[in-house]
Design a protein around this ligand. Structure first.
Ligand SMILES: C[S@@+](CC[C@H](N)C(=O)[O-])C[C@H]1O[C@@H](n2cnc3c(N)ncnc32)[C@H](O)[C@@H]1O
Length: 393
């Protein structure tokens, strides 16, 4: 009876009959609805606030909700602080408010305000009255160029989110992120000129350090003779892999204008003698087949399913049987990090105009459809940064 009752309510909108829910699921849904009705009552919330044991939970939940409501303010505090160079100024030494105000070009009162709100968010510490140092998260922001670069490029994302319901309805016109990621909606990405790929390629290089560390810790690339990084950007992952494994040969494939940038970087990194680069369209052109390991890092999530199908089919057609494929990118999942990543990238890819954050089951199905075998999700040191899959051609 429970199942039938819920069923009629759930299906009222679609008008289509839906099979009765299994009893345990129907009961847990019923319980959730009862709980929701209690929480919706102000009187119930007042009662909870008076009970010492439950008050802590209620206050934590309230703080979490307020953090969600005010997240846009936090983002702008970060943006202002990175642009003004606040974290960089405090990386090596503490400083007083007046000195920082001069350095940031702000009136003393506003510099103090910015430092105080940063302290509220755990990014700075007021070690003594008007004497400031960085908190742990502030140090990471100051020392990882990739994080600052991500924060800076969020000004585009922020503008794209100004009318979120238009973005969701698809009536908002071309978004800034769509223009930035020039390949996302290009009919002929292989023809993109150097100026169209420069900004995103720099961002990808600068933000690769954490991803490379995560992937190199999760999977031993030392067992391979040669790794081909498909959509490898400016070669930041290959440079990290080459430094970790001295005998590993390195190949990079990307759009022609990006591959040229990659060749320069590999040379500047002292890796020219054991690396090669080539340019083309990874959904269409034959890829070099001499590597025994091929990586796709932050690639599939950029594209809609049909295009992912074409990319994987092209890899399958190009590679020698037995070649290992390694995929690392933001993926959905139950872990707290995966959920944060999925919420962020869910709207990011919508604004960008292509791609989505997929579940491990979806990645697995796409690989199987393209003909890959031995498909495995391997443990990722940090699901906020990436989920990781391996498969065999
Ligand atoms: C999100 S970036 C990731 C770059 C790099 N793998 C990383 O993680 O830093 C996507 C990369 O795919 C490349 N790309 C996009 N479309 C491509 C295509 N059709 N053929 C070859 N490369 C492409 C882009 O130029 C870019 O370097």
């Amino acid at each position: 009876m429970v199942a039938a009752h819920e069923e009629s309510e759930i299906n009222a909108a679609s008008g289509r009959p839906r099979p009765a829910l299994p009893l345990p699921l129907a009961l847990s849904l019923k319980l959730r609805l009862w709980r929701n009705r209690q929480i919706a009552r102000p009187g119930f919330r007042r009662l909870i606030a008076r009970l010492p044991l439950l008050r802590g939970i209620a206050n934590r939940n309230a703080a979490g909700l307020f953090s969600l409501m005010s997240g846009f303010v936090h983002s702008q505090i970060l943006l202002a602080s990175v642009r003004l160079g606040l974290y960089a100024a405090l990386l090596e030494r503490p400083a007083d408010t007046a000195t920082l105000a001069r350095h940031l070009g702000l009136p003393v009162e506003h510099a103090r305000l910015l430092l105080t709100v940063n302290a509220d968010l755990g990014l700075t510490i007021e070690a003594a009255p008007d004497l400031w140092a960085l908190g742990d998260a502030g140090v990471v922001l100051a020392s990882d160029r990739g994080l600052s670069a991500m924060v800076l490029h969020h000004d585009m994302f922020y503008r794209d989110l100004l009318e979120p319901e238009q973005l969701l309805a698809g009536t908002g016109g071309e978004a800034a992120l769509g223009r930035y990621w020039a390949y996302a909606r290009s009919a002929d990405p292989g023809a993109l000129p150097p100026e169209a790929v420069a900004a995103y390629s720099t961002l990808m290089r600068e933000s690769q350090a954490m991803m490379a560390a995560c992937l190199l810790d999760a999977h031993d690339f030392g067992v391979y003779r040669q790794v081909l990084d498909v959509g490898g950007g400016e070669g930041a992952f290959l440079i990290a892999a080459g430094r970790r494994h001295a005998a590993l040969r390195l190949s990079l494939f990307d759009l022609p204008a990006v591959a040229e940038r990659g060749a320069e970087r590999l040379q500047a990194g002292g890796l020219a003698s054991r690396s090669s680069t080539s340019g083309g369209d990874f959904a269409r052109d034959l890829l070099p087949a001499d590597a025994d390991c091929v990586t796709l890092i932050r690639i599939l999530c950029d594209h809609d399913d049909q295009r992912v199908g074409a990319i994987l089919a092209n890899l399958h057609r190009s590679l020698q049987p037995g070649t290992r494929l390694v995929i690392a990118e933001a993926m959905r999942g139950a872990e707290a990090g995966a959920r944060l990543s999925s919420a962020y990238f869910g709207l990011y890819f919508l604004a960008m105009g292509s791609g989505r954050c997929r579940s491990p089951a979806e990645i697995s199905a796409l690989l199987a459809t393209a003909g890959f075998r031995d498909i495995r999700e391997i443990a990722s040191p940090n699901r906020l940064i990436a989920g990781i899959f391996t498969a065999i051609r």
